[in-house]
Design a protein around this ligand. Structure first.
Ligand code: GS8
Length: 205
């Protein structure tokens, strides 16, 4: 019955191969073993489907589940965790306090590490230096939080790990996971595209 139910599920992911936010959703879907249609988006010429599905932010990723769009990668991950819920693959702890703490660190990782991390290649001069400083300081805070644990959630690969992994290449334990290996693109290919994005943002090309 369950597999029949799953066969009828219509799951699409609007993303762009280089988007670390999109990779979060892909890792989440891979962790749950969900089959989905990957729909690559050109962020320089946004599709009517993307604009219709995410009219507020107009960004990827957008998960479309049976026609219903969900955007913002951390919300997408929580949605995936709630819909394809199983105690063996839970991204968040079940205890409300532990859950709140995990959400706190996922939010910290998102706003205080991933965002300034991306800002370091989008900007230059003083703004870039400030972003770099913030990124490194907050990475040290996260490192302290990881102290002696396999993953942020202890022994379980969870929301905070998924939120961070696409942005980093030094969480080797995470990189060993199939869901991550299958998802993360070749770093050299990312570098070429990231350099092009930086030049475009800075008006150099
Ligand atoms: C960020 C998504 C995002 O920035 C999330 O999903 O967590 N808070 C959101 N997506 C980028 C691609 S990755 O750099 C995007 O879609 N950019 C298009 C644009 O800014 O126009």
């Amino acid at each position: 019955m369950d597999s029949l139910k799953e066969d009828r599920e219509d799951v699409k992911l609007l993303t762009a191969w280089v988007s670390p936010y999109g990779m979060r959703a892909m890792i989440g879907l891979a962790e749950k073993g969900i089959k989905y249609e990957y729909v690559e988006q050109n962020l320089r010429d946004k599709s009517p489907l993307l604009l219709q599905m995410n009219p507020i932010h107009k960004k990827v990723p957008v998960l479309i589940h049976n026609g219903n769009p969900i955007s913002e990668s951390l919300i997408v991950l929580q949605y995936i965790d709630n819909v394809w819920n199983s105690p063996h693959t839970a991204f968040l702890p079940s205890h409300p306090y532990d859950r709140a703490i995990a959400l706190f660190w996922a939010d910290f990782a998102d706003k205080k590490v991933c965002f300034p991390g991306l800002e370091t290649f989008r900007t230059k001069g003083e703004v870039q230096e400030a972003a770099k400083c913030e990124f490194l300081q907050n990475l040290a805070i996260l490192e302290g939080e990881l102290k002696g644990k396999n993953y942020f959630g202890g022994d379980r690969f969870g929301l905070v790990d998924i939120a961070l992994t696409p942005f980093t290449s030094w969480f080797h334990r995470c990189l060993e996971r199939d869901s991550v290996k299958k998802t993360l693109p070749n770093p050299e290919k990312v570098l070429v595209t990231a350099t092009e994005i930086r030049k475009r943002r800075l008006g150099e090309i």
